[in-house]
Write a protein that binds this ligand. Sequence first.
Ligand SMILES: Cc1cc2nc3c(=O)[nH]c(=O)nc-3n(C[C@H](O)[C@H](O)[C@H](O)COP(=O)(O)OP(=O)(O)OC[C@H]3O[C@@H](n4cnc5c(N)ncnc54)[C@H](O)[C@@H]3O)c2cc1C
Length: 327
Amino acid sequence: MHPAPLPDAAQPSRKVTVIGAGVIGLSTAHELAAAGHQVTVIADQLPLQTVSAVAAAIWFPYHSENSAAADLLLARSLARFEELSGIKETGIDLRRGLNLEASPEEDRSWAQIVANAAEAPAEDIPRIAAAGMRATVPVITMPLYLSWLHEQALAKGVKFIQRTIGSIDEVQEEADTVVLATGLRGGELTGDDGTVYPIRGQVIRLANTAGLVHWLCYDEHPQGVTYIIPRRDDIIVGGTDVANDFNAEVDPQTATDMLRRAIGLVPQLAGCEILEHKVGLRPARETICLERVDGHAVPVIAAYGHGGAGVTLSWGTAQRVVELLGT
Ligand SMILES: Cc1cc2nc3c(=O)[nH]c(=O)nc-3n(C[C@H](O)[C@H](O)[C@H](O)COP(=O)(O)OP(=O)(O)OC[C@H]3O[C@@H](n4cnc5c(N)ncnc54)[C@H](O)[C@@H]3O)c2cc1C
């Protein structure tokens, strides 16, 4: 485990309420507690009920902000995931894979912070794609990881309460600062309505009887985004990326189509048993909202709008919240 930072003498211990128990809320609560603050997490969905539990989850900046600020979050998160991959119970594995591209001009900036990323030789590229990058990145088995993170937060003294918050006023008595890690419901509590929108993601969970170890992603697949992520004991096959679609039900035709695309790229998947279908609504926003929000009786820090990369950006976001608390 990453050594807990010593309580910062320059930063007095505060009573912080984090609203949200997805990957952003849990990571933030963990980092705040590690910095010496008294932390309470309030959420109506427990960790395994959140969108975070649906994530594939591979470290990759998919459908998220492209900026220098986001690059810092990416790099910090990558470093922490790499370090945590040494602890089996985290559910984090470093896996090599191939990110396929439809054109040689695709944005490869993500690869600059991945030490071992390299252009894939032409013979590794299926005819349906133009180019690709190979890289070893963290793959996170979310149910294991969220449970582990929850335990770590509890061990650091974080308290958890299951409840819906209708207004920041409800918590201002007991908190010095409130952190909004509210995902798709992002700014509802601060009046920042309408800036966060869903990007619907449907996935299939397969038994990994094929013994697959390498991931494969092809966002620009001509028939629709396609990814195959082998985890500890299963494989996540996706996907869809439909903006402003709030449908949380599984669509059987979508599942059939995405499995066909995946088998087209990795024929061994044809023999793998389907374990489960899942849908999640990614909390998308033009830019991540990671800042202090004025105008409330209690100081508020927002941390939402991570789109398709909330896991990928989680530790960097949590560290930034700790920094914002000290400003
Ligand atoms: C199919 C799919 C695949 C994905 N794959 C990846 C991937 O490979 N890599 C990656 O990095 N990301 C991936 N993502 C994206 C990732 O899942 C999200 O970016 C991330 O989960 C967002 O986390 P969050 O903590 O902000 O929100 P959530 O996980 O949605 O958590 C929000 C929390 O806020 C609480 N909450 C909100 N409002 C209130 C309120 N008023 N009162 C009380 N509680 C409240 C909820 O109860 C919940 O606990 C994927 C998403 C999907 C759907």
